[in-house]
Design a protein around this ligand. Structure first.
Ligand SMILES: Nc1ncnc2c1ncn2[C@@H]1O[C@H](COP(=O)(O)OP(=O)(O)O)[C@@H](O)[C@H]1O
Ligand SMILES: CC(=O)N[C@@H](CCC(=O)OP(=O)(O)O)C(=O)O
Length: 304
């Protein structure tokens, strides 16, 4: 292909993004950045660039990050084992200290640093700050039975004021999934980052929730992975939930919570594919899995 043709194609690509830029201008998009999607430094830089791109394109991105593998690595270093029940980390006090240190002190700082190479945008906060997230202790459900898993919280209240203020100031909030208990103000909970992202998306009345992970989307036939579900409604997802393997349960429950809470679309995308977020937001090429509230909701394409 000659260089003039290449240049023309690039210009076409840019102009094709116009309807989506206009549709999402000024809209809030919550991006959950999973620990498994952030293992490669090059991909981390691409993630930061993409978030800054969204900001310059007129959207209001909010990042909620995980860090499961990073927590696991640190626990191993101090001789503690990672245990999960129903997709959630069993969290005693010693584990909670490490979860908080790794998420707030390490993973959050890394993401903020990478984004801020492009400008003074990212501000790191924890769900504890300004009472952003309040949580209650939550047991895991294993075979339908509640099992105590320690200091794990379910978000019961979101005061999104601090995030809204940062967004109004043109910043990119980067949020760690830690929350305070109501009342004594001393107990701190480990909140699954998918759950935190969904709660925040609802609290912010976001236009989209994007879950970046290490797989193309939700597979109907996991682990064979031949049948990717590109779109499903909240009620279809609800019927599927009891059959899902535990890793996907918090993620898909979070998508359900978001759309039931008024977020028009929740997406599970492959964070290992550098451009999946751009394709999802700015083109009609459906990637990953999209969850919508109702069957008759448009595919996420450009409105008439
Ligand atoms: N039905 C399914 N479709 C896709 N992935 C699944 C499914 N069931 C279980 N998984 C597993 O869930 C993983 C994603 O969840 P998780 O590891 O918690 O990601 P993250 O760290 O991004 O939150 C996938 O890598 C895959 O191994
Ligand atoms: C309760 C619970 O499971 N909390 C998670 C919080 C981090 C997280 O969710 O990280 P990913 O998004 O990378 O999985 C944990 O301790 O691993």
């Amino acid at each position: 292909m000659n260089s003039r043709k290449q240049a023309m194609d690039k210009a076409d690509t840019l102009i094709e993004a116009l309807p989506w830029m206009s549709r999402f201008h000024g809209r809030t998009v919550v991006v959950k950045y999973g620990g498994n999607a952030m293992t490669d430094p090059e991909l981390q830089d691409r993630f930061a660039e993409t978030v800054v791109f969204l900001r310059y394109a007129g959207l209001r991105p909010v990042v909620v990050h995980g860090g499961g593998p990073q927590i696991k690595a640190h626990l191993e270093r101090v001789g503690l084992e990672s245990r999960f029940a129903g997709g959630l980390r069993v969290t005693d006090e010693a584990t909670m200290d490490i979860v908080r240190m790794v998420l707030v002190g390490q993973v959050n700082r890394d993401i903020v640093g990478r984004i801020n190479r492009h400008g003074p945008f990212a501000v790191g906060i924890s769900g504890e700050d300004a009472r952003l997230m309040t949580a209650e202790r939550k047991p895991a459900l294993v075979d339908g039975e509640p099992v105590d898993i320690g200091l794990v919280g379910e978000v019961v209240d979101v005061d999104a004021g601090v995030v809204a203020t940062l967004l109004d100031d043109g910043r990119i909030p980067v949020v760690s999934s830690i929350a305070r208990a109501e009342g004594d103000g001393e107990t701190v909970y480990n909140v699954n980052a998918d759950t935190a992202a969904a709660a925040l998306a609802v609290g912010l009345e976001a236009s989209k929730l994007i879950m970046l992970t290490d797989i193309e989307g939700l597979y109907a036939d996991y682990p064979a992975c031949e049948e990717l579900i590109s779109r499903l409604t909240a009620s279809e997802l609800e019927a599927l939930l009891p059959e899902l393997a535990s890793g996907m349960v918090p993620k898909m429950e979070a998508c359900l919570r978001a759309v039931r809470g008024g977020v028009p679309q929740a997406h599970v995308l492959d964070g290992r594919t550098p451009n999946s977020m751009l394709l999802e937001v700015f083109t009609n090429d459906g990637v990953g899995t999209m969850v919508v509230a109702e069957a008759d909701q448009p595919l996420g394409g450009v409105p008439a």
